[in-house]
Design a protein around this ligand. Structure first.
Ligand code: BG6
Length: 486
Protein backbone atom coordinates (compact mmCIF):
# COMPACT_ATOMS: atom_id res chain seq x y z
CA UNK A 1 0.00 0.00 0.00
CA UNK A 2 1.49 3.35 -1.04
CA UNK A 3 2.07 5.75 1.82
CA UNK A 4 0.21 9.04 1.99
CA UNK A 5 2.31 12.19 1.94
CA UNK A 6 3.65 13.19 5.36
CA UNK A 7 5.60 15.68 7.44
CA UNK A 8 7.53 13.72 10.07
CA UNK A 9 8.91 15.80 12.92
CA UNK A 10 11.71 14.26 14.97
CA UNK A 11 12.01 15.85 18.40
CA UNK A 12 15.48 14.99 19.65
CA UNK A 13 16.36 15.25 15.97
CA UNK A 14 20.03 15.95 16.60
CA UNK A 15 20.27 13.19 19.21
CA UNK A 16 21.68 9.72 19.25
CA UNK A 17 18.55 7.73 18.38
CA UNK A 18 17.63 9.95 15.46
CA UNK A 19 21.12 9.83 14.02
CA UNK A 20 21.88 6.15 14.66
CA UNK A 21 18.48 4.61 13.96
CA UNK A 22 15.71 6.86 12.68
CA UNK A 23 17.39 8.80 9.88
CA UNK A 24 19.18 5.68 8.54
CA UNK A 25 15.89 3.72 8.71
CA UNK A 26 14.16 6.45 6.69
CA UNK A 27 17.02 6.46 4.18
CA UNK A 28 16.70 2.68 3.75
CA UNK A 29 12.95 2.96 3.15
CA UNK A 30 13.46 5.82 0.73
CA UNK A 31 16.00 3.73 -1.15
CA UNK A 32 13.36 0.99 -1.39
CA UNK A 33 10.99 3.61 -2.90
CA UNK A 34 8.58 3.44 0.03
CA UNK A 35 8.47 7.15 0.78
CA UNK A 36 6.24 9.49 -1.25
CA UNK A 37 8.41 11.85 -3.31
CA UNK A 38 7.20 14.96 -1.47
CA UNK A 39 7.38 13.53 2.07
CA UNK A 40 9.51 15.56 4.47
CA UNK A 41 11.48 14.94 7.65
CA UNK A 42 11.93 17.82 10.04
CA UNK A 43 14.58 17.36 12.72
CA UNK A 44 14.09 19.51 15.76
CA UNK A 45 16.75 20.26 18.35
CA UNK A 46 18.26 22.92 20.58
CA UNK A 47 21.48 23.41 18.60
CA UNK A 48 21.55 26.64 16.63
CA UNK A 49 22.59 24.86 13.45
CA UNK A 50 22.79 26.36 10.00
CA UNK A 51 21.78 24.13 7.09
CA UNK A 52 25.45 23.35 6.45
CA UNK A 53 26.07 22.43 10.07
CA UNK A 54 23.02 20.15 10.03
CA UNK A 55 24.23 18.44 6.86
CA UNK A 56 27.65 17.94 8.45
CA UNK A 57 25.99 16.37 11.52
CA UNK A 58 24.00 14.02 9.26
CA UNK A 59 27.14 13.06 7.38
CA UNK A 60 29.12 12.46 10.54
CA UNK A 61 26.50 10.80 12.69
CA UNK A 62 23.75 9.26 10.55
CA UNK A 63 25.48 8.28 7.33
CA UNK A 64 27.87 5.76 8.99
CA UNK A 65 24.80 3.79 10.12
CA UNK A 66 23.47 3.24 6.63
CA UNK A 67 23.98 -0.27 5.27
CA UNK A 68 27.06 -0.09 3.06
CA UNK A 69 25.49 -1.98 0.18
CA UNK A 70 22.59 0.49 0.12
CA UNK A 71 24.65 3.63 0.29
CA UNK A 72 24.75 5.72 -2.86
CA UNK A 73 26.24 9.24 -2.59
CA UNK A 74 23.87 10.70 -5.19
CA UNK A 75 20.84 9.16 -3.52
CA UNK A 76 22.04 10.42 -0.13
CA UNK A 77 22.19 13.97 -1.52
CA UNK A 78 18.62 13.66 -2.78
CA UNK A 79 17.46 12.08 0.48
CA UNK A 80 18.97 14.97 2.44
CA UNK A 81 16.82 17.46 0.50
CA UNK A 82 13.83 15.95 2.33
CA UNK A 83 15.39 16.87 5.66
CA UNK A 84 15.09 20.25 7.34
CA UNK A 85 16.47 21.34 10.68
CA UNK A 86 14.54 23.58 13.05
CA UNK A 87 16.07 25.09 16.18
CA UNK A 88 13.54 24.86 18.98
CA UNK A 89 13.53 24.77 22.77
CA UNK A 90 10.90 22.14 23.54
CA UNK A 91 10.05 23.83 26.84
CA UNK A 92 9.61 27.30 25.37
CA UNK A 93 6.24 27.72 23.61
CA UNK A 94 7.34 30.85 21.78
CA UNK A 95 10.00 28.92 19.84
CA UNK A 96 7.39 26.61 18.21
CA UNK A 97 6.54 29.25 15.62
CA UNK A 98 9.68 28.20 13.72
CA UNK A 99 8.16 24.71 13.42
CA UNK A 100 4.74 26.05 12.44
CA UNK A 101 6.47 28.03 9.67
CA UNK A 102 8.07 24.99 8.03
CA UNK A 103 5.11 22.60 8.29
CA UNK A 104 2.75 22.29 5.37
CA UNK A 105 -0.78 23.47 6.01
CA UNK A 106 -2.61 21.06 3.67
CA UNK A 107 -4.88 18.88 5.85
CA UNK A 108 -4.37 15.84 3.60
CA UNK A 109 -0.71 15.63 4.65
CA UNK A 110 -0.21 13.33 7.66
CA UNK A 111 1.62 14.98 10.54
CA UNK A 112 3.70 12.78 12.75
CA UNK A 113 5.54 13.93 15.84
CA UNK A 114 8.21 11.49 16.98
CA UNK A 115 9.32 12.23 20.54
CA UNK A 116 12.83 10.81 20.86
CA UNK A 117 13.34 12.87 24.00
CA UNK A 118 13.42 12.20 27.74
CA UNK A 119 9.87 11.40 28.93
CA UNK A 120 9.94 14.45 31.20
CA UNK A 121 9.42 16.50 28.01
CA UNK A 122 6.48 14.53 26.57
CA UNK A 123 3.71 16.53 28.26
CA UNK A 124 5.34 19.89 27.57
CA UNK A 125 5.88 19.07 23.90
CA UNK A 126 2.32 17.80 23.45
CA UNK A 127 0.87 20.88 25.15
CA UNK A 128 3.01 23.19 23.09
CA UNK A 129 2.03 21.38 19.87
CA UNK A 130 -1.61 21.82 20.84
CA UNK A 131 -0.99 25.45 21.79
CA UNK A 132 0.41 26.34 18.39
CA UNK A 133 -2.30 24.42 16.54
CA UNK A 134 -0.03 21.67 15.16
CA UNK A 135 -1.63 18.78 17.05
CA UNK A 136 -4.77 18.06 15.10
CA UNK A 137 -7.15 15.09 15.17
CA UNK A 138 -5.33 13.69 12.11
CA UNK A 139 -1.82 13.88 13.54
CA UNK A 140 0.05 11.07 15.29
CA UNK A 141 2.56 11.04 18.10
CA UNK A 142 5.26 8.43 18.66
CA UNK A 143 6.66 7.94 22.17
CA UNK A 144 10.09 6.45 22.69
CA UNK A 145 11.02 4.61 25.85
CA UNK A 146 11.59 4.98 28.74
CA UNK A 147 7.83 5.29 29.21
CA UNK A 148 8.05 6.07 32.89
CA UNK A 149 10.13 4.63 35.71
CA UNK A 150 7.25 3.21 37.75
CA UNK A 151 3.47 2.90 37.62
CA UNK A 152 2.75 6.45 38.77
CA UNK A 153 5.05 8.08 36.21
CA UNK A 154 3.73 5.85 33.40
CA UNK A 155 0.17 6.80 34.33
CA UNK A 156 1.13 10.44 34.31
CA UNK A 157 2.60 10.14 30.80
CA UNK A 158 -0.57 8.41 29.61
CA UNK A 159 -2.76 11.08 31.17
CA UNK A 160 -0.77 14.06 29.97
CA UNK A 161 -0.24 12.85 26.40
CA UNK A 162 -3.85 11.63 26.42
CA UNK A 163 -5.10 15.16 27.07
CA UNK A 164 -3.79 16.20 23.66
CA UNK A 165 -3.91 13.02 21.57
CA UNK A 166 -6.53 10.26 21.45
CA UNK A 167 -5.32 6.71 22.15
CA UNK A 168 -5.69 5.90 18.44
CA UNK A 169 -3.14 8.64 17.65
CA UNK A 170 -0.50 7.44 20.15
CA UNK A 171 2.25 5.03 19.05
CA UNK A 172 4.26 3.73 22.04
CA UNK A 173 7.25 2.13 20.41
CA UNK A 174 9.03 -1.02 21.54
CA UNK A 175 11.53 -1.83 18.84
CA UNK A 176 11.61 -5.52 19.80
CA UNK A 177 8.11 -5.89 18.39
CA UNK A 178 9.47 -4.72 15.03
CA UNK A 179 12.01 -7.54 14.81
CA UNK A 180 11.29 -10.05 12.07
CA UNK A 181 11.46 -13.24 14.17
CA UNK A 182 8.99 -11.81 16.69
CA UNK A 183 6.44 -11.38 13.94
CA UNK A 184 7.39 -14.76 12.62
CA UNK A 185 6.43 -16.20 15.96
CA UNK A 186 2.93 -14.89 15.34
CA UNK A 187 3.01 -16.51 11.90
CA UNK A 188 4.27 -19.75 13.35
CA UNK A 189 1.68 -19.89 16.11
CA UNK A 190 -1.34 -18.73 14.16
CA UNK A 191 -0.51 -19.68 10.56
CA UNK A 192 0.03 -23.39 11.29
CA UNK A 193 -2.05 -26.02 13.04
CA UNK A 194 0.99 -27.84 14.28
CA UNK A 195 1.95 -25.88 17.36
CA UNK A 196 -1.23 -24.46 18.82
CA UNK A 197 -2.60 -27.74 20.23
CA UNK A 198 0.73 -28.29 21.99
CA UNK A 199 1.13 -24.69 23.11
CA UNK A 200 0.02 -25.25 26.69
CA UNK A 201 0.88 -26.63 30.08
CA UNK A 202 0.19 -30.25 29.09
CA UNK A 203 3.06 -30.23 26.57
CA UNK A 204 5.34 -27.34 27.38
CA UNK A 205 7.72 -27.71 30.30
CA UNK A 206 9.20 -24.18 30.41
CA UNK A 207 10.01 -21.11 28.38
CA UNK A 208 13.27 -19.16 28.51
CA UNK A 209 13.59 -15.65 27.11
CA UNK A 210 17.08 -14.19 26.99
CA UNK A 211 18.44 -10.88 25.79
CA UNK A 212 22.17 -10.86 26.47
CA UNK A 213 24.38 -8.02 25.32
CA UNK A 214 28.14 -7.78 25.07
CA UNK A 215 27.86 -4.00 25.16
CA UNK A 216 28.11 -2.08 28.39
CA UNK A 217 26.28 1.17 29.04
CA UNK A 218 28.44 3.09 26.52
CA UNK A 219 27.77 6.82 26.82
CA UNK A 220 24.36 6.44 28.49
CA UNK A 221 25.48 6.29 32.10
CA UNK A 222 23.33 9.26 33.11
CA UNK A 223 20.17 7.46 32.04
CA UNK A 224 21.21 3.91 32.86
CA UNK A 225 22.21 4.61 36.44
CA UNK A 226 18.64 5.75 37.17
CA UNK A 227 17.09 2.86 35.23
CA UNK A 228 18.89 -0.50 35.47
CA UNK A 229 18.15 -3.70 33.59
CA UNK A 230 14.64 -4.24 34.97
CA UNK A 231 13.38 -0.87 33.78
CA UNK A 232 15.54 -0.65 30.66
CA UNK A 233 14.89 -4.09 29.16
CA UNK A 234 12.57 -6.29 31.17
CA UNK A 235 9.62 -3.95 31.64
CA UNK A 236 9.33 -3.51 27.89
CA UNK A 237 11.23 -5.82 25.53
CA UNK A 238 11.19 -9.04 27.57
CA UNK A 239 7.60 -8.66 28.72
CA UNK A 240 6.45 -7.91 25.18
CA UNK A 241 8.17 -11.10 23.96
CA UNK A 242 6.52 -13.02 26.79
CA UNK A 243 3.13 -11.64 25.72
CA UNK A 244 3.63 -12.81 22.13
CA UNK A 245 4.58 -16.30 23.32
CA UNK A 246 1.81 -16.62 25.89
CA UNK A 247 -1.20 -14.78 24.48
CA UNK A 248 -4.37 -16.55 23.42
CA UNK A 249 -5.10 -16.54 19.68
CA UNK A 250 -6.62 -13.15 18.86
CA UNK A 251 -9.69 -13.21 16.61
CA UNK A 252 -7.81 -11.20 13.95
CA UNK A 253 -4.65 -9.14 13.61
CA UNK A 254 -6.45 -5.84 14.24
CA UNK A 255 -4.61 -3.67 16.78
CA UNK A 256 -7.06 -4.01 19.63
CA UNK A 257 -7.66 -7.73 19.07
CA UNK A 258 -3.92 -8.38 19.55
CA UNK A 259 -3.45 -5.83 22.29
CA UNK A 260 -6.43 -7.15 24.27
CA UNK A 261 -4.79 -10.58 24.34
CA UNK A 262 -1.40 -9.20 25.35
CA UNK A 263 -3.05 -7.23 28.13
CA UNK A 264 -4.69 -10.38 29.48
CA UNK A 265 -1.27 -12.02 29.75
CA UNK A 266 0.18 -9.07 31.64
CA UNK A 267 -2.77 -9.04 34.01
CA UNK A 268 -2.45 -12.79 34.61
CA UNK A 269 1.17 -12.67 35.73
CA UNK A 270 1.41 -14.01 39.26
CA UNK A 271 2.17 -11.06 41.56
CA UNK A 272 5.48 -11.11 43.42
CA UNK A 273 5.63 -11.06 47.21
CA UNK A 274 8.73 -10.20 49.28
CA UNK A 275 9.31 -13.92 49.69
CA UNK A 276 9.04 -14.78 45.98
CA UNK A 277 11.18 -11.76 45.07
CA UNK A 278 13.97 -13.11 47.25
CA UNK A 279 13.54 -16.61 45.78
CA UNK A 280 12.75 -15.97 42.14
CA UNK A 281 14.70 -12.88 41.12
CA UNK A 282 18.44 -12.45 40.71
CA UNK A 283 19.91 -9.03 40.33
CA UNK A 284 23.51 -8.59 39.20
CA UNK A 285 26.09 -5.94 38.38
CA UNK A 286 29.16 -6.56 36.25
CA UNK A 287 32.68 -6.28 37.53
CA UNK A 288 35.84 -6.05 35.44
CA UNK A 289 36.38 -8.88 33.01
CA UNK A 290 37.03 -9.69 29.36
CA UNK A 291 34.52 -9.38 26.54
CA UNK A 292 35.65 -10.77 23.20
CA UNK A 293 39.15 -11.07 24.60
CA UNK A 294 39.31 -7.36 25.49
CA UNK A 295 39.61 -6.19 29.10
CA UNK A 296 36.66 -4.05 30.23
CA UNK A 297 36.14 -2.20 33.51
CA UNK A 298 33.44 -3.00 36.02
CA UNK A 299 30.21 -1.00 35.98
CA UNK A 300 31.22 1.07 39.00
CA UNK A 301 34.46 2.02 37.25
CA UNK A 302 32.86 3.13 33.96
CA UNK A 303 33.16 6.81 33.04
CA UNK A 304 30.74 8.89 35.08
CA UNK A 305 29.68 5.95 37.27
CA UNK A 306 28.72 6.15 40.90
CA UNK A 307 31.46 4.11 42.67
CA UNK A 308 28.84 2.75 45.08
CA UNK A 309 26.12 2.22 42.52
CA UNK A 310 23.37 -0.30 43.36
CA UNK A 311 21.99 -0.27 39.80
CA UNK A 312 21.55 -3.74 38.31
CA UNK A 313 23.07 -4.47 34.90
CA UNK A 314 21.62 -7.99 34.94
CA UNK A 315 18.31 -9.41 36.01
CA UNK A 316 16.86 -12.90 35.82
CA UNK A 317 13.48 -13.92 37.10
CA UNK A 318 10.99 -16.73 37.10
CA UNK A 319 7.51 -15.60 36.11
CA UNK A 320 4.29 -17.57 36.26
CA UNK A 321 1.05 -16.99 34.43
CA UNK A 322 -2.12 -17.79 36.33
CA UNK A 323 -4.30 -19.17 33.55
CA UNK A 324 -5.55 -22.63 32.61
CA UNK A 325 -3.21 -22.66 29.65
CA UNK A 326 -0.06 -21.80 31.56
CA UNK A 327 -0.56 -22.75 35.23
CA UNK A 328 2.64 -24.34 36.52
CA UNK A 329 4.78 -23.50 33.45
CA UNK A 330 7.75 -21.35 34.49
CA UNK A 331 8.79 -18.50 32.20
CA UNK A 332 12.42 -17.62 32.89
CA UNK A 333 13.40 -14.15 31.72
CA UNK A 334 16.90 -12.71 31.82
CA UNK A 335 18.86 -9.86 30.39
CA UNK A 336 22.25 -8.39 31.04
CA UNK A 337 24.99 -6.14 29.81
CA UNK A 338 28.62 -7.22 29.30
CA UNK A 339 27.65 -10.85 28.94
CA UNK A 340 29.56 -13.68 27.26
CA UNK A 341 27.78 -13.25 23.93
CA UNK A 342 25.30 -11.11 22.10
CA UNK A 343 22.20 -13.24 22.03
CA UNK A 344 18.45 -12.73 21.98
CA UNK A 345 16.28 -15.81 21.87
CA UNK A 346 13.08 -17.44 22.99
CA UNK A 347 13.34 -21.10 23.91
CA UNK A 348 10.17 -23.15 24.24
CA UNK A 349 10.97 -26.53 25.76
CA UNK A 350 8.45 -29.31 25.43
CA UNK A 351 7.95 -32.15 27.87
CA UNK A 352 9.80 -35.39 27.56
CA UNK A 353 8.20 -38.45 25.96
CA UNK A 354 5.99 -40.30 28.43
CA UNK A 355 7.40 -43.75 27.63
CA UNK A 356 10.25 -45.07 25.49
CA UNK A 357 9.57 -47.98 23.14
CA UNK A 358 13.26 -48.18 22.32
CA UNK A 359 16.12 -49.81 24.18
CA UNK A 360 17.13 -46.31 25.29
CA UNK A 361 15.61 -45.07 28.55
CA UNK A 362 13.36 -41.99 28.53
CA UNK A 363 16.08 -39.98 30.19
CA UNK A 364 18.32 -40.30 27.10
CA UNK A 365 15.75 -38.47 24.99
CA UNK A 366 16.26 -34.76 24.67
CA UNK A 367 12.87 -33.06 24.97
CA UNK A 368 11.77 -31.26 21.80
CA UNK A 369 12.66 -27.64 21.83
CA UNK A 370 11.74 -24.68 19.64
CA UNK A 371 14.25 -21.84 19.52
CA UNK A 372 13.32 -18.51 18.00
CA UNK A 373 16.50 -16.54 17.62
CA UNK A 374 16.38 -12.77 17.19
CA UNK A 375 20.06 -12.03 17.52
CA UNK A 376 22.77 -12.30 16.25
CA UNK A 377 21.09 -14.39 13.52
CA UNK A 378 17.41 -14.47 12.77
CA UNK A 379 16.35 -18.06 12.65
CA UNK A 380 14.09 -20.70 13.97
CA UNK A 381 15.27 -24.05 15.14
CA UNK A 382 13.25 -27.11 16.07
CA UNK A 383 15.08 -29.84 17.96
CA UNK A 384 13.81 -33.35 17.37
CA UNK A 385 15.00 -36.87 18.04
CA UNK A 386 15.93 -38.91 14.94
CA UNK A 387 17.44 -42.28 14.24
CA UNK A 388 21.19 -42.42 13.78
CA UNK A 389 21.82 -43.85 10.27
CA UNK A 390 23.06 -47.42 10.00
CA UNK A 391 22.43 -50.60 11.83
CA UNK A 392 20.50 -50.70 15.08
CA UNK A 393 17.99 -48.31 16.53
CA UNK A 394 19.73 -45.48 18.32
CA UNK A 395 18.14 -42.10 18.46
CA UNK A 396 19.90 -38.81 18.81
CA UNK A 397 18.94 -35.12 18.76
CA UNK A 398 18.87 -33.31 15.38
CA UNK A 399 17.98 -29.77 14.44
CA UNK A 400 15.58 -28.51 11.79
CA UNK A 401 16.65 -25.00 11.01
CA UNK A 402 14.95 -22.17 9.17
CA UNK A 403 17.30 -19.30 8.41
CA UNK A 404 15.03 -16.44 7.37
CA UNK A 405 17.64 -14.63 5.31
CA UNK A 406 18.66 -17.77 3.42
CA UNK A 407 15.09 -18.92 2.83
CA UNK A 408 13.58 -15.66 1.69
CA UNK A 409 16.68 -14.13 0.11
CA UNK A 410 15.27 -10.71 0.78
CA UNK A 411 17.15 -7.74 2.18
CA UNK A 412 16.81 -7.44 5.93
CA UNK A 413 14.55 -4.74 7.28
CA UNK A 414 15.56 -3.19 10.58
CA UNK A 415 12.96 -3.07 13.38
CA UNK A 416 12.81 0.73 13.22
CA UNK A 417 12.18 0.65 9.47
CA UNK A 418 9.21 -1.64 9.90
CA UNK A 419 7.78 0.28 12.84
CA UNK A 420 8.24 3.65 11.14
CA UNK A 421 6.34 2.31 8.12
CA UNK A 422 3.56 1.20 10.47
CA UNK A 423 3.42 4.66 12.05
CA UNK A 424 3.26 6.23 8.59
CA UNK A 425 0.42 3.86 7.69
CA UNK A 426 -1.37 4.41 11.00
CA UNK A 427 -1.12 0.71 11.87
CA UNK A 428 -1.12 0.29 15.67
CA UNK A 429 -0.88 -3.49 16.12
CA UNK A 430 2.82 -3.48 17.04
CA UNK A 431 2.57 -0.57 19.49
CA UNK A 432 1.72 -0.75 23.17
CA UNK A 433 -1.59 0.53 24.39
CA UNK A 434 -1.79 2.63 27.57
CA UNK A 435 -3.34 -0.17 29.63
CA UNK A 436 -0.59 -2.61 28.56
CA UNK A 437 2.05 -0.17 29.68
CA UNK A 438 0.38 0.30 33.04
CA UNK A 439 -0.17 -3.44 33.54
CA UNK A 440 3.53 -4.10 32.93
CA UNK A 441 4.57 -1.47 35.45
CA UNK A 442 1.95 -2.64 37.96
CA UNK A 443 3.46 -6.12 37.91
CA UNK A 444 7.00 -4.82 38.43
CA UNK A 445 6.13 -2.26 41.08
CA UNK A 446 6.45 -4.62 44.10
CA UNK A 447 9.92 -5.60 42.90
CA UNK A 448 11.07 -2.01 42.54
CA UNK A 449 9.60 -1.14 45.94
CA UNK A 450 11.26 -4.12 47.57
CA UNK A 451 14.69 -3.32 46.15
CA UNK A 452 14.36 0.27 47.28
CA UNK A 453 13.07 -0.59 50.75
CA UNK A 454 15.72 -3.24 51.36
CA UNK A 455 18.49 -1.15 49.76
CA UNK A 456 19.12 -4.33 47.79
CA UNK A 457 22.68 -4.84 46.54
CA UNK A 458 23.10 -6.54 43.17
CA UNK A 459 25.37 -9.59 43.19
CA UNK A 460 28.59 -9.20 41.20
CA UNK A 461 29.39 -11.11 38.00
CA UNK A 462 32.50 -10.91 35.88
CA UNK A 463 32.06 -9.09 32.56
CA UNK A 464 32.15 -11.58 29.70
CA UNK A 465 30.29 -14.33 31.57
CA UNK A 466 26.66 -15.49 31.56
CA UNK A 467 25.85 -13.59 34.74
CA UNK A 468 25.81 -14.45 38.44
CA UNK A 469 25.95 -18.06 39.59
CA UNK A 470 22.74 -17.34 41.50
CA UNK A 471 20.91 -17.20 38.16
CA UNK A 472 21.98 -20.77 37.37
CA UNK A 473 20.84 -21.76 40.85
CA UNK A 474 17.47 -20.05 40.27
CA UNK A 475 16.63 -22.25 37.30
CA UNK A 476 18.59 -25.19 38.72
CA UNK A 477 16.21 -25.40 41.69
CA UNK A 478 13.54 -26.48 39.20
CA UNK A 479 15.86 -29.16 37.79
CA UNK A 480 16.55 -27.08 34.65
CA UNK A 481 19.42 -25.21 33.04
CA UNK A 482 19.79 -22.14 30.88
CA UNK A 483 20.15 -23.27 27.33
CA UNK A 484 23.84 -22.48 26.92
CA UNK A 485 24.59 -24.43 30.10
CA UNK A 486 22.69 -27.53 29.03
C1 BG6 B 1 17.27 -0.47 24.28
C2 BG6 B 1 17.96 -0.36 25.62
O1 BG6 B 1 15.89 -0.34 24.43
O2 BG6 B 1 17.55 -1.73 23.70
C3 BG6 B 1 19.45 -0.57 25.47
O3 BG6 B 1 17.71 0.93 26.17
C4 BG6 B 1 19.74 -1.86 24.75
O4 BG6 B 1 20.09 -0.56 26.75
C5 BG6 B 1 18.93 -1.97 23.46
O5 BG6 B 1 21.13 -1.90 24.46
C6 BG6 B 1 19.07 -3.33 22.84
O6 BG6 B 1 18.46 -3.36 21.59
P1 BG6 B 1 18.97 -4.35 20.45
O7 BG6 B 1 17.98 -4.22 19.36
O8 BG6 B 1 20.33 -3.86 20.09
O9 BG6 B 1 19.01 -5.70 21.10
Amino acid sequence: MALADFDLVLFGGSGDLSMRKLVPALYHRDRAHDLPSTARIICVGRHEWSRDEFLTALNDNARPHIAQELFDPAFWETFCTRLTYVTLDATNASTYQALVDVMRKDASITRIFYLATPPSLFATICNNLAGCGLATAQSRVVLEKPLGRDLASAKLINEEVGRVFAESQIFRIDHYLGKEPVQNLLALRFGNVLFEPLWRREWISDVQITIAEELGVANRMGYYETAGALRDMLQNHLLQLLCIVAMEPPTCAAPNAVRDEKLKVLRSLKPFTPQTIAQNIVRGQYRAGHVNGMPVPGYRKEAGANPESRTETYVALKAEIDTWRWAGVPFYLRTGKRMADQLAEIVVRFKNIPHSIFAQPNSSFQPNCLVIRLQPDEDLQLNLMAKTPGDGMRLRPVELELDFRETFKMPRMDAYERLLLDVLRGQLTLFMRSDELEAAWAWLEPILDYWEREQDQPVPYAAGTWGPAAASALIGRDGLQWREEA
